[in-house]
Ligand binder design. Sequence first.
Ligand code: FAD
Length: 431
Amino acid sequence: MNNLIWFRNDLRIADNSSLNKACSGDKVMGIYCFDPLLFGMGDYGFRKTERFRARFLIETVIQLKENLKKLNIPLFVYLDSPKNRIPKFIHEHGIQNVFLQKEWTRDENKARDAVIAHVPASVNFEESYDQFLFHPDDIPYDSFQQIPKVFTEFRKKCETYGKVRPTLESPKVRPSTNLVENNSEVPSLKDLGLNNFSIDTRTAFPFQGGETNAQERVQDYFWETQKLAFYKKTRNGLMGPGYSSKLSAWLANGSISARTIYWEVKEFERVVRKNQDTYWLIFELIWRDFFKYVSLKHGNDIFHIGGILNRKYKWKTSKRTTESWISGQTTEPFINANMKEIAHTGWMSNRGRQNVASFWSRVLEQDWRIGAAYFESMLLDYDVHSNWGNWMYNSGVGNDPRNRAFNSRRQAERYDPNGKFQALWLQETLF
Ligand code: FAD
């Protein structure tokens, strides 16, 4: 059997179901496509992937290729659409089985269906849900339609009746004959139509992409500095790498699995300390699962103006307002500081994200989807479910039972009492 792993948002070798399944074959190969569609313009006039996440992805794929090579598994990398490349590859290499992570949102479905339509029916596609903490087969709901609207209900039930699967054993090194010739190369930023750039020294996310770097972050945040033991107290911070785990970007492209993080927390609790703070990291991972289940339940509604509630608000769309929000020139210094941060680094804290989203949709009353699309373009850690789910939540068209709006002045007094964060970003910048 010749098996192919079609890597998408599961860019790791540890705890990877598709890779493990593929390794039962005689020949095993991997493929990754930098789909030009993801680097083109999106529906709201922003590039779908800006330079920050593009570079992080390049770093990730380089590391994946190296790590797979150590297992004698070649990774073929192309700057081309899956539809153009994968059927050809399947034909040339006599592939019988294709293993891939199961995705369900619009663009991902389209890409998969286009590939399937262009290969013989005898080629078997096996998809695995591999991005969850609680696997869909292990949650206490019979169908996705039963997923509740309110997070707390979901969390409590999963904590009581759900289970987190153990991580998979890493696959064994294959015979060197598995390593066929591979001249494919990982594209550069320039190949993707983007300019090179240097990292802003003020960034709270000074990390690079890749599975090894994700593991190093866990090592540092959990074991060396033991910051995990204070996570709940610091997680609303705004400055520097230490206030939260910063694992989101690696989780988003699958460089590390949620299960790996969960079991590492459990080990930390066993060896070092178990407290509210250690629990809270798991609590946040359940939020991540929740938004995935919300999108499984509601499908494309998460991209619609009325959201999953089908609410009808009078949304405005002003170009000038958009520009002033993006460039950090609104009337609110706290909003401006956060918007400058994302523009210069591709990163913004959770506190910042909630505030700028609320300001955009509740105060300025602008179409929330424009804000979400801007985040999609800029964020290092963009994840379709977390982004659109959180945007709906903060815009009154999603899962917030209290339907709250933030007062950014009061938020600044509380979370940036000395104004240090605002000073960091509002001093003379290059805009
Ligand atoms: P930590 O505080 O260390 O949390 C650990 C992990 O839990 C995170 O890495 C993340 O995977 C998960 N998590 C934490 N908070 C949330 C949350 N509210 N929703 C879902 N998962 C959560 N997160 C993304 O990963 N991708 C996005 O595209 C994204 N867009 C967002 C847009 C808006 C408007 C808002 C308000 C939040 C968004 N978030 C998104 C959630 C959250 O802000 C980030 O996950 C978090 O700031 C990442 O930092 P961290 O890894 O240090 O998180």
